[in-house]
Design a protein around this ligand. Structure first.
Ligand code: OMP
Length: 270
């Protein structure tokens, strides 16, 4: 099954376009898990997945949080991925890219070894770094277009042949979508840019939108400006705001409550 069909199935089944970000951080995971547990990271993720799997369409794992654990990180990442129900979208967020020959290995690692449904990809190297990802026709490559951070403006607003760079990137994403397997990453913290990018990319390209929750993006503006003409093709990610909602033995219940509240707030505007 291709990415878009899988996304549409789970969005309909769970009535949700919410993605929960499993960004494991030792300083934020409830302390008692490290005192009482031999696999605290895995058990934390399993508890969050168990308590949110009927409320989400996707889980996004930012690879930095796993790589920074050290030698165990890859195992923790793999075991978490294996635990995610097969009908839920997995986004591996590594913002990878390189020259074509090396990008090929990043793509292989994410799509073949780790078996993710989608990846976040950096556009800076141009088409030869993007092509190895696009060869995986049933997967989705979410290309960074307008990032959510304050200093996104440093480069992304620079004018290149009469257009801000982020709009040029959007035009490139449209061009690179020849296999119908590109997506775009746009921060919820930039709702005006979101609207412009949707206009450039049309109805068929999915948007991964981080920046609600801890980064303060406005849900109503995000849905209205980011959705296509049917209000579809958007995935809204929240990581810290959901997974670290509680820090006692009821942490998973707290995460569930915030996930439901977030999904319902989103659904009010869909
Ligand atoms: P929270 O701020 O905790 O909700 O986490 C946001 C997640 O989305 C982190 O994993 C970020 O690395 C990621 N992210 C952004 O916050 N901004 C972006 O522009 C792009 C991403 C991403 O590609 O996912």
């Amino acid at each position: 099954m291709n990415f878009k069909d899988k996304l549409s199935n789970i969005v309909n089944m769970n009535n949700s376009i919410l993605c929960v970000g499993l960004d494991v951080d030792k300083d934020k995971i409830p302390k008692f898990l490290f005192d009482t547990n031999t696999s605290p990271y895995i058990n934390f993720n399993k508890a969050i997945i168990d308590s949110t799997k009927d409320v989400v369409c996707a889980y996004k794992l930012n690879m930095a949080f796993y790589e920074s654990i050290g030698t165990n990180g890859h195992e923790i990442l793999k075991k978490t991925l294996e635990y995610i129900p097969k009908n839920i979208i997995i986004i591996l967020d590594g913002k990878r890219n390189d020259i074509g020959n090396s990008a090929r290995m990043y793509a292989k690692s994410i799509f073949e070894i780790l078996k993710a449904d989608s990846a976040t990809v950096n556009p800076y190297l141009g088409i030869d770094g993007i092509t190895p990802f696009l060869k995986y026709k049933n997967k989705c490559s979410f290309i960074l277009c307008r990032t959510s951070n304050p200093s996104a403006i440093d480069l992304q607003d620079q004018i290149v042949s009469n257009f801000p760079l982020y709009q040029k990137v959007a035009m490139k994403i449209r061009e690179w979508n020849y296999n119908d397997n590109c997506g775009a990453v746009i921060g919820a913290t930039y709702p005006n840019e979101l609207k412009i990018i949707r206009k450039i990319l049309g109805d068929d390209i999915p948007f991964l939108i981080p920046g609600i929750g801890k980064q303060g993006g406005d849900i109503e503006k995000t849905i209205k400006n980011g959705g296509n003409t049917k209000g579809e093709m958007i995935i809204l990610n929240s990581s810290r705001g959901i997974i670290y909602a509680g820090n006692d033995d009821k942490f998973a219940e707290r995460s569930r409550e915030v996930a439901i509240k977030t999904r319902d707030s989103i659904n009010r505007f869909r």
